[in-house]
Design a binder for this molecule. Structure first.
Ligand code: APR
Length: 316
């Protein structure tokens, strides 16, 4: 029997999402976590606090905080959550320049200190930031992945479960497209223990769930008033990290680099991916309706506008 490898996960950004990533990772005993931030003391304080919870929660994974990127050396997975969260009334594209510069700087450091890692980007606007990271890192595209669909489909799963009064574990969904109002939730690929929701709910209820899923991020922003969602985004990123670290071959919706799939090229978009040790090991091309294809391409246009914006700003 071989000796189990002890994995190393770097969480860049020790804010709400990044600290929750660290928490979920140690709770799952996925590996040792290096929590990194530019604010002095913040990652160190949160890491020590998490370490001190360990004896009670019963994990043996370690968490350390740092302001020095040298400490991410040897990381198997790097989760990037650094950046500004969306504020009320702010569109994802408003964040473009600020977060674009942050991501560029972080990618320089990942390239230097953790060149063999698989990188999961969480920072918004997601599809544009993950494309920027791919370009800046120069890693093969399978090792640069965006966290979006996993979160959007978790939201849809929750809404379907709430509507039907069934366990969330029974619900499966698929959401394509960009992480924003133009995402493409797929009710035809949504099931409850194998039963299509189209057989369980009237069309107007399905439409309402699709609409709530599209606006899921905004709903939380409006409630919190300061900051944006963090538990579900962090849980989604950790789900992806786990699939990679444990070579699980999990079929999850992720923002992946497209090279002709769904008629789209040289763009990152949310699509069903098989995640394993090599990162995105396969992109599945589903049969989708003409209307959904149209929405997907509309969603791609929004992403291309963001990429063009970055180019005009000189960030890309
Ligand atoms: N390097 C490291 N950390 C940085 C950098 C940088 N260059 N720039 C900013 N940060 C840190 C901030 O100091 C802060 O601690 O990123 C952290 C962001 O944390 P929050 O403000 O709490 O934001 P959070 O809610 O975690 O969201 C982060 O994830 O879901 C997305 O839209 C969200 O883009 C946002 C990101």
């Amino acid at each position: 029997m071989g000796i189990a490898k002890r994995f190393k996960i770097a969480s860049i950004g020790a804010g709400n999402v990044g600290a929750s990533v660290a928490q979920y990772c140690v709770e799952l005993d996925l590996g040792d976590v290096v929590l990194t931030d530019i604010v002095e003391g913040l990652p160190q304080g949160k890491a020590l606090d998490l370490t001190e919870a360990g004896p009670i929660r019963g994990y043996s994974s370690q968490c350390v905080g740092t302001n020095d990127y040298k400490d991410i050396a040897g990381a198997d997975v790097v989760v990037v959550t650094a950046g500004l969260p969306r504020k009320p009334g702010m569109t994802r594209l408003d964040l473009l320049e600020k977060n674009g510069n942050i991501i560029s700087g972080i990618c320089e450091n990942i390239k230097k200190h953790a060149p063999d890692s698989t990188v999961i980007i969480v920072t918004n606007p997601l599809d544009v930031m993950v494309y920027l990271a791919y370009k800046k890192l120069g890693f093969p595209p399978n090792r640069v992945i965006g966290m979006a669909g996993c979160l959007d489909s978790a939201r849809m799963r929750s809404f379907v479960a709430m509507e039907l009064g069934v366990s969330m574990k029974n619900v499966d969904t698929m959401v394509l497209g960009s992480h924003g109002d133009d995402m493409v939730p797929l009710p035809h690929y949504t099931t409850v223990s194998g039963i299509p929701i189209t057989k369980l709910l009237p069309q107007e209820r399905i439409d309402a769930i699709v609409d709530r899923t599209r606006k899921g991020g905004g709903e939380i922003v409006a409630l919190l008033k300061t900051g944006s969602a963090f538990y579900a985004p962090a849980a989604s990123a950790v789900r992806m990290a786990q699939a990679v670290l444990k070579d699980e071959k999990q079929l999850l919706p992720c923002a992946a680099y497209l090279n002709g799939q769904y008629g789209l090229s040289d763009i990152y978009m949310g699509v069903p991916c098989v995640l394993g040790r090599e990162g995105v090991e396969k992109v599945l091309e589903l049969e989708i309706s003409e209307a959904d294809t149209k929405s997907l391409h509309k969603s791609a246009e929004e992403v291309r506008t963001g990429i063009k914006g970055l180019q005009e700003l000189g960030v890309l």
